[in-house]
Design a protein around this ligand. Structure first.
Ligand code: F6P
Ligand code: MN
Length: 336
């Protein structure tokens, strides 16, 4: 049976009394870009989007063709919104400051999360975050423009992701809970299909790349050992492991049926501060998780309170069901 209500994203946003028109426009333009990315994703090889683009991004990762196309679509849509002072992307070394742009907002995004899954036809996504553009910001150089973005996640005005899976879904928060919208690909419109999402406080599922086990720090090792011990261990129950290797898909599962997601700092990524990027991967996901009643931590502090020092800064990430993240925080506190 079809979903009974047909509240579009535009209607949903318009119904939120105190959401500024400019911010609504930014979110609608992100959604427009994601409708186009969804169409390309669904076409796959027919659209010639599989494979490598032939260069590396600022993170030193080989770009896929779809990384580049998705980035271009997001930049074009952001500029079209006319509401942005600047944009920052995982795929760009420095912020993009559109000519004449004097908008009130900064848009940050990972245009194509989980790129390693593109060619194997597993769920991928787009992650985005909106911050306020500070009035006195200096856009005259790359370095100055990057500094204008260095705000903690608690300052986000909107955050979300789009997952290109069996269905294309947009999950969004503007600070009043989390709602999920499903794309009607024929109409090119997102319709609300879940409201006030809540993560169950307890869970029996965890997500971590187990192949990194030997590189982890003691608290994470300890925590995972206890989960793996199952019924006969200290936790007294069996846990199930799920790892999609697309953060959007792992977080979406947690927002649907609970769980905990970890990408900890380890011996290989310690110099860089972790694996995932703070400003356009960890922060938007952390805010969604908190807004859905979960917890997001670095293991040693609230993720949303980390004050970034650089635009592409990385961070340890532990998020999801409250009780699990609290256990992790306690284990970190016990290991000084
Ligand atoms: O963007 C980074 C990312 O692709 C995430 O989406 C995902 O959670 C993680 O990296 C996968 O890491 P690994 O390659 O260690 O499985
Ligand atoms: Mn990513």
């Amino acid at each position: 049976m079809a979903h009974p209500e047909r509240i579009s994203l535009a209607q949903h946003l318009a119904a939120q009394a105190d959401l500024p028109d400019g911010l609504i426009r930014v979110l609608e333009s992100v959604a427009e870009a994601c409708v186009d990315i969804a169409a390309l994703t669904a076409q796959g090889a027919l659209a010639g989007i599989l494979g490598e683009a032939g260069h590396e991004n600022v993170q030193g990762e080989a770009q896929k063709k779809l990384d580049v196309l998705a980035n271009d679509l997001m930049l074009a849509a952001g500029e079209r919104s006319g509401q942005l002072a600047a944009m920052a992307s995982e795929e760009l070394d420095w912020p993009c400051v559109p000519p004449e742009a004097q908008g009130d907002y900064l848009l940050l995004f990972d245009p194509l999360d989980g790129s390693s899954n593109i060619d194997v036809n597993v769920s991928i996504g787009t992650i985005f975050s909106v911050l306020p553009a500070l009035r006195d910001a200096d856009w005259s150089s790359n370095e100055a423009a990057a500094r204008a973005f260095l705000q903690a996640g608690v300052r986000q005005l909107a955050a979300g992701y789009v997952i290109y899976g069996p269905a294309t879904l947009l999950t969004l928060t503007t600070g009043k809970g989390v709602d999920v919208f499903t794309l009607d690909a024929e109409e090119g419109v997102f319709f609300r299909t879940r409201e006030a999402v809540q993560i169950p406080p307890e869970t029996g599922e965890f997500a971590i790349n187990m192949s990194n086990q030997r590189h982890w720090e003691a608290p994470v090792r300890h925590y995972i050992d206890d989960l793996l011990a199952g019924k006969t261990g200290i936790r007294g129950k069996d846990f199930n492991l799920r790892w999609v290797a697309s953060m959007v898909a792992d977080v979406h599962r947690i927002l649907t049926r609970g769980g905990v997601f970890l990408y900890p700092v380890d011996a290989r990524n310690r110099d860089r501060g972790g694996r995932l990027r703070l400003m356009y991967e960890a922060n938007p996901m952390a805010w969604l998780v908190e807004q859905a009643g979960g917890t997001a931590s670095t293991g040693r502090g609230r993720l949303l309170e980390v004050v970034p020092e650089t635009l592409h800064q990385r961070v340890p990430v532990m998020l999801g069901s409250r009780q699990e993240v609290e256990t992790l925080v306690r284990l970190h506190a016990e290991t000084v």
